[in-house]
Design a protein. Structure first.
Length: 364
């Protein structure tokens, strides 16, 4: 299978992102996002330069099975907005202050409220969180509304649209919520008692499920079928499911060895939060008792000093945790690629292969 050169792939990605933003800009609903704080918050993450990997994946999957990408634009933008509202909630739960180099929604509006007359620090914090919750609700509703607009009685089977909305609002939503809940619970589970397969299951729920959905949705739209057992839909689904786990593994790696300026958030924040990753579980198994003591004292300690976090970052690398996660991600991508062989040879198929390679080769 031919690999698209990186610059060609990035051009293809940028072209589709521009198409998505143009589509969104024409949506008349933006006039309903009032007052100004809600309008600014709803568009906040959309404007700060996300990679739009999920909607582009949906469009590429549609084209890879012979479909017209234009018919999938509403669903692609819906997936991006669906992903966006989950990020807003995730940032609140993780108490993150930055995303993509900018203040998170709840932190941005805490600061805005703090600069206004009459807000105490606690009131400003509550206002920021409240805006974040309401913003996510608007984005969630907007996503489903966009998905419903995909129906065209002359071109699109209504059963396809219904199936996609139902799947998104039940299976995918519950996978995300379940994964986030277990992720929070795991931060208090002793490191030594956590199995790697449990960690990987959380990765799939939190990240892989929506990425798999993006690919399957694109294929179903392109084929105009609601049959999730269609050979091409299943192939794309397996491909994207494996890629989804690899994507999150790479995110965890960048959380240890990435460049803060490129990531737009502090490297090592996962350590303070006590996030359970394949990197941590593997490193802990390889560690001596003194090294385990260091991990136990720092991981999950929100008051840990920068030098202690740095020591843990170096320890996770020295004990092979990062290399282990890189190998896991590479194997997932290798397995994923096998499923592309069933798709007809095309530029779209080659772009899907490059999309997978990009996931584990990226630096942010």
């Amino acid at each position: 299978m031919a690999a698209i050169r990186q610059h060609q792939f990035e051009e293809a990605l940028a072209e589709r992102k521009a198409r998505l933003m143009e589509y969104l800009a024409k949506d008349p609903r933006k006039a309903l996002f009032v007052p100004e704080d809600i309008h600014d918050a709803v568009y906040s993450y959309v404007r700060t330069g996300g990679k739009t990997l999920r909607p582009c994946l949906l469009l590429l999957s549609c084209g890879a099975v012979g479909g017209d990408e234009r018919s999938a634009l509403p669903a692609a933008m819906a997936v991006e907005l669906f992903h966006t509202w989950t990020m807003v909630h995730d940032d609140i739960m993780d108490r993150d202050e930055f995303r993509r180099g900018h203040p998170t929604v709840h932190e941005d509006f805490r600061r805005r409220a703090a600069g206004r007359n009459g807000y105490t620090p606690d009131e400003a914090k509550h206002y920021g969180v409240s805006i974040g919750i309401m913003t996510a609700e608007v984005q969630h509703g907007w996503a489903i509304s966009l998905m419903s607009e995909m129906y065209d009685p002359e071109k699109q089977n209504a059963d396809v649209v219904i199936k996609l909305i139902r799947h998104l609002e039940t299976d995918i939503l519950l996978a995300l919520v379940g994964g986030q809940t277990v992720d929070i619970q795991n931060s208090k589970v002793p490191i030594e008692s956590l199995k790697e397969e449990d960690v990987l299951d959380v990765l799939w729920r939190k990240t892989g499920a929506l990425i798999q959905y993006s690919g399957m949705a694109g294929a179903m739209i392109g084929l105009n079928t609601d049959d999730t057992n269609h050979p091409l839909v299943k192939a794309v689904g397996t491909f994207t499911s494996e890629c989804g786990v690899a994507f999150q593994l790479k995110d965890d790696i960048l959380g240890i060895v990435g460049d803060e300026k490129k990531l737009g958030k502090p490297v090592g924040s996962d350590i303070k939060e006590g996030k359970r990753t394949a990197i941590l579980t593997h490193a802990f198994q390889q560690a001596s008792q003194p090294e385990r003591n260091v991990l136990l004292n720092v991981v999950g300690n929100t008051d840990a000093l920068d030098k202690d976090v740095q020591e843990v970052k170096e320890l996770l690398q020295a004990l092979g945790g990062v290399a282990h996660a890189e190998a896991l991600a590479a194997r997932r991508i290798e397995t994923a690629m096998m499923n592309l062989d069933i798709l007809p040879a095309s530029n779209h198929r080659d772009l899907l292969a490059s999309w997978a390679e990009y996931l584990i080769g990226r630096t942010y």
